[in-house]
Design a protein around this ligand. Sequence first.
Ligand SMILES: Nc1ncnc2c1ncn2[C@@H]1O[C@H](COP(=O)(O)OP(=O)(O)O)[C@@H](O)[C@H]1O
Ligand SMILES: [Mg+2]
Length: 240
Amino acid sequence: MSEQVNLLELTKVTKQFQSGEQKLEILKDANLTIFPAETIAITGPSGSGKSTLLGLMAGLDRVSTGSISFEGQSMQDWDEDQLAQWRRKHVGFVFQDFRLIPSFTALENVALPLEIMSVPAKEANRKAREILQRLGLGERTHHFPHQLSGGEQQRVAIGRAYVHEPDIIFADEPTGNLDPNTSSSILDALLSLHQNLRTTLVMVTHDHDIAQQMSRQVSIKDGQCRIANKGMLSSEGGQG
Ligand SMILES: Nc1ncnc2c1ncn2[C@@H]1O[C@H](COP(=O)(O)OP(=O)(O)O)[C@@H](O)[C@H]1O
Ligand SMILES: [Mg+2]
């Protein structure tokens, strides 16, 4: 019997922010396990801590208390350089507002993560071109972001997130700025790359229909992660 290694494991994660004199406790003893190659939706009301949770899991921010481990290694033990290195290699991001570099072409935007990893330019461009083609943007490689529609810009951003074949993609409301038709094409793009590359996909979404297409749904309530399965709500963690 081979034991499955968890990709990410959050144990009693608490995150507080100081707001003037007040301490805001956004996450409180939250537990969550993320498995390799799964798709998971994070839902919850505005301000419930979805982006905060994503930032912690992606190593962009630090927990106040508790721990997060990646493949069994505690991220708290890493310094900023180690965290940044881990992010570059293992993580991809997709944001609601695309965040492409305006002065870079689609190809240059997508090739950037590879160049940061010191992949030679020729190889980086080849991979970037290939993924843009898969995303239906083969004719748009030399376009700048302002010459692309919202949906096209988001597909470029998806190419950039996947190009270095990370273990995990974090998408924070990736369809939040897009109309329903475009949203469904963005979801298709994310899911098709997920299926091809077996990358774990963690997606924050307000859209119930989109959440239903992920293999698991987690909602944040009272600072904790609740697993929603087949209409049943239960709190993860606690008793074994
Ligand atoms: N850096 C910060 N400093 C202070 N408060 C913050 C900070 N980041 C987030 N918050 C607060 O934490 C709460 C949760 O934010 P967020 O995770 O962005 O929620 P969501 O993504 O679910 O809408 C909000 O009330 C927000 O104002
Ligand atoms: Mg948010």
